[in-house]
Design a protein. Structure first.
Length: 210
């Protein structure tokens, strides 16, 4: 536990970074696996991760990110998307995958399948968006402590023009929509925020034991 606490104390929303360095393929592969293993309600995993290395694409997204330089000077730009067609067909795909991986006949999963479909079918489109967006945030938080433990800097961003991201990345063609972006890189020694004290409310202020 000390290791992860130290890592969380080490991390901050990095503003300046060393553009001469690049996150290795092995680290990217591990980051992808962490995303893949993130928890989700009903295990439905209503998300997709885009890992953008292409500099032209990163450059084109800066204007839709309040001109924040992290977007196009990062090593990799992670774009976390929600699935917008979370319907019975998607659940059928999930059940098929579950049946194969666990070697369980699909008829044994009918009660679970009915429960998931019933819940999702009670949601209108606004509530489905709310549901899938919150699931993506769970995946986002799964990534950030691991990045910190690997001493890879990141800066989660949700204040972006989601619709323009979707347009540039042609996400609607894939039944996806942008929720958050996570530029990753290594901090610059010149970033004045690197050694600033972390500002958090006290435990007494933030936590109530009941």
């Amino acid at each position: 536990m000390t290791e992860i606490i130290d890592a969380l104390k080490w991390r901050y929303a990095c503003k300046l970074f060393d553009t001469t360095k690049k996150v290795s393929k092995s680290d990217i592969d591990e980051i992808i696996e962490v995303f893949r293993l993130a928890p989700s309600a009903f295990w439905v995993q209503p998300w997709k991760l885009l890992v953008i290395e292409n500099q032209d694409i990163k450059d084109s997204l800066v204007q839709y990110s309040w001109n924040q330089p992290q977007i196009n000077t990062c090593s990799h730009l992670l774009v976390l998307c929600r699935i917008i067609n979370l319907d019975n067909n998607y659940v059928d795909k999930h059940i098929e995958n579950l049946s194969i991986i666990r070697k369980t006949p699909k008829e044994n999963l009918e009660a679970y399948e009915d429960r998931v479909k019933w819940y999702l079918n009670t949601l209108n489109e606004d509530w489905k968006k709310y549901f899938t967006t919150n699931q993506v945030f769970i995946a986002l938080w799964s990534l950030m402590p691991v990045l910190a433990m690997k001493k890879i800097d990141s800066c989660a961003m949700t204040w972006i023009d989601n619709a323009k991201y979707d347009e540039v990345l042609k996400l609607w063609e894939k039944w996806l929509s942008t929720v958050a972006v996570l530029p990753i890189w290594y901090r610059s020694k010149d970033d004045k925020y690197a050694n600033a004290k972390k500002v958090r409310f006290s435990r007494e202020e933030m936590v109530e034991m009941i």
